[in-house]
Design a protein around this ligand. Structure first.
Ligand SMILES: NC(=O)C1=CN([C@@H]2O[C@H](COP(=O)(O)OP(=O)(O)OC[C@H]3O[C@@H](n4cnc5c(N)ncnc54)[C@H](O)[C@@H]3O)[C@@H](O)[C@H]2O)C=CC1
Ligand SMILES: O=C(O)C(=O)[C@H](O)COP(=O)(O)O
Length: 374
């Protein structure tokens, strides 16, 4: 069995070598001719899987994407050919939530904002929006959720309208990219909605670039609008609207979900799905392969306060590192290479936070996602 896998899929060799012959490929370069050989195809978000890619392949049994987003997969086509499909829902949701939190901590310092006084509007309350809301709650930051689909499905959380979340101090977008249905997200933030935002607001896009009309946003910013942007995803990646970069507070190369754990969980989820498909008992788990983090243990000797928590967040992941790399390296490396060469980043859970005896017994670090022995 030939298993074709994206070369940017951590631990793919470790997970899949016992299941078949492995063939790596570069995500944007997979051709119809090469794909014709695959029995199993494992992709990431940059490979479009559709009739154009698979029409010459008569034997393929399984397609998997090690990502949350599935907008690059023509699932109707796979269904029509009876090809099994699996994605990795939630695999890097924690990573994206930690990216957003790091960005908020950085902007609060930059503009002397009192984080606990801000309201955050979360658009899309699925895995990522929920992980983010949990972390905000741990820090005492008020948030509002907008997710009409979950509201209609009877989710018991409180939901507000899109207009209400768009009036929050911070707006964080966590919707899938869709062009059909009752609530399509393509250009959800169109020119008209963008124009209604105020100079004081912060807009964070770490879902898909096409959810915001980038050209309209650029024109708004060029006209002097003060809206602050945290921008991880861009329309038309990798050929992005370069002039927009100078109008962002934090700009990164679609890496919000690139914690080592997040990417590797995606690989593990595909391994489990493929074992199920092949009716094989899975023998491997991610914990066998994850290396220890560079900092694994921190002892807190005093009372927890916002400053210490902010330092903890930045110690594990300071988004300014990725913003700096992006601004300095984009023109020489290019968008895709920046992503391919992404430095190791760990999740808060890789660090154990211990309290010295005299420190206050407050379990905020645990709620934020740190390991916290109680
Ligand atoms: N920047 C990055 O590295 C990453 C980006 N993503 C993107 O983030 C998206 C969201 O991720 P998850 O929360 O994990 O997905 P999810 O599927 O768990 O949740 C998405 C939620 O959005 C809601 N939704 C859909 N259309 C909506 C609309 N028009 N208005 C409000 N809510 C709407 C859905 O009902 C659902 O609850 C993914 O589809 C993916 O495109 C995901 C991981 C990493
Ligand atoms: O999981 C998702 O959805 C994402 O956006 C991933 O972070 C995309 O990463 P690549 O698949 O483009 O490496």
């Amino acid at each position: 069995m030939k298993i074709y896998y994206d070369e940017n899929m951590p631990f793919a060799r470790e997970f899949f070598s016992g299941l078949g012959e492995l063939v790596p490929f570069a995500g944007r370069e997979l051709s119809q001719e090469t794909a014709a050989e695959a029995d199993v195809l494992l992709v990431r978000s940059i490979t479009r899987v559709n009739q154009a890619l698979l029409q010459s392949n008569k034997q393929i049994q399984f397609v998997g994407t090690a990502t949350i987003g599935v907008d690059h997969i023509d699932q109707a086509y796979l269904n029509s050919r009876n090809i099994s499909f699996s994605a990795a829902p939630g695999c890097n949701a924690v990573s994206v939530a930690e990216y957003v939190l790091s960005a908020l901590v950085v902007l609060a310092e930059r503009y002397l904002l009192d984080l606990s006084g801000l309201t955050v509007g979360i658009v899309g309350a699925g895995n990522t929006g929920t992980r983010l809301s949990e972390k905000l709650k741990a820090l005492g930051i008020r948030y509002y959720l907008c997710d009409p689909l979950l509201a209609e499905q009877g989710d018991e959380r409180e939901f507000v309208s899109l207009e209400r979340v768009l009036s929050c101090d911070v707006i964080s977008l966590h919707v899938p990219l869709t062009t059909a249905g009752q609530y399509p997200s393509y250009h959800l933030l169109n020119r008209e909605r963008l124009t209604r935002l105020t100079d004081k607001q912060i807009l964070i896009n770490a879902c898909r670039g096409e959810v915001v009309d980038n050209q309209a946003l650029l024109e708004l910013k060029q006209a002097g609008h003060g809206l602050k942007l945290v921008w991880d995803v861009w329309e038309n990646e990798p050929d992005i609207l370069m002039p927009l970069i100078d109008h962002t507070e934090i700009a990164t190369a679609h890496i919000a979900g690139y914690s080592l754990e997040g990417k590797a969980r995606g690989t593990e989820m595909l391994y489990l799905a493929l074992c199920k498909q092949l009716k094989i008992k899975p023998k491997l788990t991610l914990s066998q392969f994850l290396p220890p983090a560079s900092i694994t243990h921190v002892e807190i000797k005093q009372h927890f306060d916002e400053i210490i928590l902010n330092q903890l967040v930045k110690m594990v992941y300071d988004v300014r590192r990725d913003d700096g790399i992006f601004r300095q390296q984009l023109s020489c490396q290019g968008f895709d290479m920046l992503r391919k060469n992404y430095p190791v980043r760990r999740e808060f859970s890789a660090v154990t936070v211990a309290l010295a005896e005299q420190a206050s017994n407050n379990d905020v670090p645990h709620q934020l996602g740190f390991n916290f022995p109680r």
